[in-house]
Write a protein that binds this ligand. Structure first.
Ligand SMILES: O=C1O[C@H](COP(=O)(O)O)[C@@H](O)[C@H](O)[C@H]1O
Length: 229
């Protein structure tokens, strides 16, 4: 695992957006297309605005989310709305965004239709950007959920999750899907996230802090990008 510290979120957003854009441009040069998986929550908003202005051929890029809260796009917790309003804008408006949320009432039972939607997404993932919660969850692999073992071991692409310490049913990429990425970034801002990161690095029980399954593996290269504020 590589750890990159930035002096400010502004510096992080600028340099990280350049890095991601460069990886996507290289994938386009090599195979004519590129794929990007992003996360939701609060951390990525200013970064999305920065990345949306990158000067690459976005018409050759497909984008989706690593996880989604099972709410409508009009809901303030919608990760889909966050991406549409902040990343699929400016130059990146030419990208193809594959939404994870489907029309089913519950995420449980919607896995098949999500997999169907993901047929528009261009696997394997070239760039995966993950966040991390204060409980060590990543994507929606929540340590508190009944589905955590399934999320860590399933051969499926996605699974439905019901966290007990956070609201909303979720749809999440499984660990297997996440690790089939060419490059993984873990994007963190704030001292409290650094405390959680250090705790994750100091232990081994993946069920207690699922981010460990990303940080402590040798299948895909991982870089943590962090700024204190
Ligand atoms: O619920 C979620 O939380 C994590 C972390 O979000 P943040 O607000 O602390 O940045 C996020 O990575 C995930 O996509 C989201 O659904």
């Amino acid at each position: 695992m590589q750890f990159s510290e930035f002096q400010s979120t502004e510096q992080l957003n600028t340099e990280f957006a350049d890095r991601v854009a460069s990886l996507l441009a290289t994938a386009i040069d090599n195979k004519g297309k590129a794929s990007l998986v992003v996360s939701g929550g609060r951390t990525p908003l200013p970064f999305f605005k920065q990345l949306s202005q990158a000067d690459i051929d976005w018409s050759k890029v497909t984008i989706t989310l690593a996880d989604e809260r099972w709410v409508d796009k009009s809901h303030e917790a919608s990760n889909t709305a966050l991406v549409l309003n902040n990343l699929i804008q400016n130059k990146a408006a030419d990208a193809t965004f594959v939404e994870l949320k489907t029309s089913e009432e519950s995420a449980f039972g919607a896995e098949a239709s999500v997999k169907q939607s993901l047929q528009q997404f261009s696997f394997p993932i070239d760039v995966l950007i993950l966040g991390m919660g204060e409980d060590g969850h990543t994507a929606s692999l929540f340590p508190c959920s009944e589905q955590i073992q399934q999320g860590l071991t399933s051969d499926d692409v996605v699974l439905a999750v019901q966290p007990t310490t956070a609201p909303h049913e979720r749809m999440s990429f499984t660990l297997k899907t996440l690790l089939e990425s060419q490059q993984i970034f873990v994007h963190l801002v704030g001292d409290s996230k650094k405390v959680v990161l250090d705790k994750a690095l100091a232990g081994d029980k993946v069920e207690e802090m699922p981010i460990r399954a990303i940080l402590k593996q040798d299948k895909a290269p991982v870089e943590v990008v962090w700024a204190a504020k």
